[in-house]
Design a protein around this ligand. Structure first.
Ligand SMILES: Nc1ncnc2c1ncn2[C@@H]1O[C@H](COP(=O)(O)OP(=O)(O)OP(=O)(O)O)[C@@H](O)[C@H]1O
Ligand code: SF4
Ligand SMILES: [Mg+2]
Length: 374
């Protein structure tokens, strides 16, 4: 394992290069149903939360893929299945050609260090009683890795890499701001020189003014170290600047996936239209927020315990017809779309359709953001 963190990535993509085609992670039909138990005195299974239901996606070597959708649609569960923090109900996870779907701890050991996760909440994901040095060092200790020059030297290099003062090695998490704590989380994830990072809403707990800085750091890490990312986010704004490809999830399923430009410029699924129109831009790289038109989505997100028949989006879709209730739309490439741009809809929007000019409130988190933007 190389000790040099400032090496330019051998396979890292530049702004202009298309995403790598060599797959690092492949997920097919990934499913997680959480059983619900009821009854007295003998508890039995009375139903299941269909949190993730047949998700297929891939992440190439050094590629960044965004996974986007409203609260409760199954993004974190997908991330936890991929990092094997949860056991899948069905489906297949292949990492670097190896089937890791049901791999035991021992079988997973060789790839464990290559797949890391960054969590949403930088407050609860760091042990308050450990110094920053020991937090970042612990993955190396657990995995018995002794970098050239020693672990402490490596931790100082990591602190510097993520924009923190290496002299703060002996400080505790509470001595840092939210943005700095997330940088510590990033340094910890980098300690084992991973090939894939699943970042679960890594900036949504941070002040809007800090979000852009942390996204820029992650982007730098992705490009300079050639690390692949699955970047989970509520809204499309953050992902737009970060991801080469984007997958949109709704109620446990991927409803649209494609390269970034295709998804943002030619979205075909009504839900992607709704998400795009609902998102206030956050400022990145000095860019200015753009005004956006709004779509009204009626009704609440249905329960994943009993999702609607056919197309799960039909209870909120302005284009729904009878067929949408009886036939589940397959995720396919529609005519006129670029290769790899797949959409699950019987009556997709034309590629030229503009976002509709109406009010939208997708969920409380976005509502709060909208309030800020006014
Ligand atoms: N351990 C669990 N047991 C039962 N249900 C669960 C469990 N974990 C998640 N769920 C349910 O699965 C669904 C998907 O949850 P998940 O956390 O994956 O969504 P999410 O897209 O990450 O949402 P958010 O944006 O709020 O983080 C939700 O309905 C949630 O309540
Ligand atoms: S399949 Fe029907 S309900 Fe689902 S998104 Fe398309 S038009 Fe709307
Ligand atoms: Mg989540």
């Amino acid at each position: 394992m190389s000790d040099n963190l400032t090496l330019p990535a051998q396979q890292g993509p530049s702004d202009a290069t298309p995403s790598s085609t060599e797959p690092l992670l492949e997920v097919e039909g990934l499913t997680k149903h959480f059983p619900i138990y009821g009854g007295f005195p003998i508890k039995r299974k009375v139903g299941a939360v269909q949190a993730v239901d047949g998700v297929s996606l891939s992440v190439g070597v050094a590629e960044s893929v965004g996974l986007v959708g409203e609260s409760g649609c199954g993004k974190s569960t997908t991330g936890r299945l991929i990092t094997r923090l949860l056991e899948p109900t069905a489906g297949k996870i292949t990492y670097a050609g190896q089937d890791i779907t049901h791999a035991s701890r021992r079988q997973l050991a060789p790839v464990r260090s290559e797949i890391q996760m960054i969590f949403q909440d930088p407050y609860s994901s760091l042990n308050p009683r450990q110094t920053v040095g020991s937090i970042i060092k612990s993955p190396m200790e657990v995995n018995g890795i002794e970098p050239a020059g020693g672990r402490e030297k490596k931790v100082r290099e990591l602190l510097e890499l993520v924009g923190l003062n290496p002299e703060h090695y002996n400080r505790f998490p509470h001595e840092f701001s939210g943005g700095q704590r997330q940088r510590i989380g990033v340094a910890r994830a980098l300690a084992l020189e991973p090939k894939l990072i699943v970042a679960d809403e890594p900036v949504s707990a941070l002040d809007v003014s800090i979000q852009a800085q942390v996204v820029n750091l992650l982007q730098q890490v992705q490009k300079e170290l050639g690390i692949a990312f699955l970047f989970i986010a509520h809204d499309l704004a953050v992902v737009r600047h970060f991801s080469q490809r984007v997958a949109v999830m709704y109620l446990g399923k991927v409803v649209e996936v494609g390269d970034r430009d295709s998804i943002y410029n030619r979205p075909r699924h009504p839900y992607t239209h709704a998400l795009l129109s609902a998102v206030p831009e956050i400022e990145l790289d000095g860019g200015s927020p753009e005004g956006r038109e709004r779509i009204r989505l009626s009704g609440d997100v249905p329960s994943p315990i009993s999702p609607p028949s056919g197309c799960r989006f039909r209870t909120r879709c302005w284009k729904a017809q009878d067929k949408c209730a009886t036939e589940e739309p397959p995720l396919v490439q529609l005519s006129g779309n670029r290769a790899g741009h797949l959409t699950a809809c019987h009556f997709p929007e034309e590629p030229t359709t503009e976002a509709r000019d109406e009010d939208v409130v997708l969920d409380p988190a976005l509502k709060a953001l909208e309030g800020d933007a006014d």
